[in-house]
Structure formats: structure tokens, C-alpha cells
Ligand binder design. Structure first.
Ligand code: DC
Length: 224
């Protein structure tokens, strides 16, 4: 059987990564979190002097893009972590500083085209569940299954806030809500590969559903 591709797109903090990870484990596919790739580049920019007074030095970043080596490394529990130039990235990619910068980084055409190639290459070697914003529309318009997740902004912000609290990442609820709303707006309005539902994607509103319920819905479609 040819490699299968399941695309899970949607707004920030709709549970995409939790569900994609779980679906991939259930199906024996590889899970790819493309948001992590944009976050990793943002973190790289932040920690390598490419952001000054909240402004990204785009030309400098672009000139360094091709030499950035991405690798996925599996830990002893089978969890994949992204590494840039050999350095494994972890929870630092989820901080508010990175969340506040990532939409700007993700709107740079050269960053997107660099990651697009990498994302397509990852699916050449095995079946994948890939989550992001443009997977069903741009990266894999012919994916075998496409889902688009949505939920009320307050509910999404509360989920992200709870998750950050549990991991000890400092944040206030208001800050998280503001970031979620601004990021959605920016991601939806950008010119290249904006966040939007593919015409043939199945939309699921997760506002009143728990993870198990959404997982059952996804499995129902995938098994069909
Ligand atoms: O899934 P996430 O919240 O970790 O994604 C972080 C940001 O990365 C998101 O605000 C927009 C960008 N992104 C994107 O533009 N395209 C993707 N396929 C995935 C993420």
C-alpha cells in the first residue's frame, strides 16, 4: 500500500497535536508537528541575534535558512523531538515569546518554501499524520484524509493556559488569549498558505468535546 497521509489543520490550540500524536500511534504512522518546525526557526532567530526590538532580520534569517539542519530524534519513550543543527528543542518552543514571534516568521515566503520541501520529504519515507495550518490545502492537497479543527477562542486559550501551567511555563490567561486571537488573525490573513479549511476537509468543532470524543470521530472517518 502507498504511504498514507492524514492532514490535520486548524486554529491554534484546538488539540491538533494531542490528537495527531494519538492517531499516529494508533495507526502506526509517523507524527509530524509542522508548527514545531516554525517554532524551532523562531527560537533559532531569537537566540541567534536575528530579532532586534521585536523585528526579525529577514534577510539574515533567509541567508542562514539553507544551512539549518532539521532532524527528528526519538527519545527512550518513542517521542520525537526536533533538533536544529544537532540541538534538541523542547518546551522552550512553547513559551509566549516564541508564540508571539512565530506568525511573523511563518509569513516569510522563503521560510515556508524551505519547510514545505522538508515536510513533503518526511512523508516520502512512511505514512504520516501531519498537523499544521496548510497541510490539507498546500503541503498535501491529495492527502488521504483531511480534518480541520476549530473551537471557541476562550476555550482554546484556557486549554493552552492549563497545559502551560502543568508544564511550569509562565503565562497569564489574558496573555495567552490575546496571543491565540492575534495568531489566528495573522495566520488566516497572510498571503501565502493562509490558515483555511480545504474544501474537502472534514470540520470538527471541539469546543464541547473531550479528546476521547474527538479521537473517536477521527478514527470513525479513517476506518471508513
Ligand atoms: O501549531 P502551532 O500553534 O505550534 O503553530 C505555531 C505557528 O506556526 C502558527 O501560529 C502558524 C505557524 N504554522 C504555519 O504557518 N503553518 C503550519 N503548517 C504550521 C504552523
Amino acid at each position: 500500500m502507498a504511504h498514507q497521509i492524514i492532514a490535520i489543520d486548524g486554529f491554534a490550540s484546538t488539540g491538533k497535536s494531542t490528537l495527531s500524536k494519538r492517531l499516529a500511534a494508533y495507526l502506526g504512522y509517523r507524527y509530524i508537528d509542522t508548527g514545531y518546525m516554525y517554532r524551532a526557526i523562531s527560537y533559532y532567530a531569537m537566540t541567534n541575534g536575528l530579532v532586534k526590538h521585536n523585528k526579525v532580520d529577514e534577510q539574515m534569517l533567509i541567508s542562514q535558512m539553507t544551512s539549518l539542519q532539521f532532524e527528528w530524534k526519538e527519545d527512550s519513550r518513542g517521542v520525537l523531538h526536533i533538533a536544529i543543527n544537532g540541538l534538541i528543542q523542547g518546551e522552550e518552543l512553547r513559551t509566549n515569546d516564541v508564540s508571539n514571534l512565530v506568525s511573523e516568521i511563518a509569513s516569510i515566503p522563503e521560510v515556508r518554501s524551505h519547510l514545505l520541501t522538508q515536510q513533503r520529504n518526511l512523508a516520502k519515507v512512511q505514512s504520516v499524520v501531519m498537523d499544521g495550518r496548510d497541510i490539507g490545502t498546500v503541503v498535501f492537497p491529495d492527502a488521504n484524509h483531511k480534518f480541520f479543527l476549530n473551537a471557541d477562542a476562550e476555550i482554546r486559550a484556557q486549554r493552552r493556559f492549563d497545559e502551560m501551567q502543568a508544564k511550569g511555563i509562565p503565562a497569564s490567561f489574558e496573555e495567552v488569549l490575546k496571543n491565540v486571537i492575534e495568531r489566528d488573525k495573522r495566520d488566516s490573513e497572510r498571503k501565502i498558505a493562509p490558515l483555511k479549511k480545504a474544501d474537502d476537509a472534514i470540520e470538527i468543532n471541539t469546543s464541547n468535546l473531550n479528546v476521547d470524543e474527538v479521537f473517536d470521530i477521527l478514527c470513525g472517518y479513517v476506518r471508513e
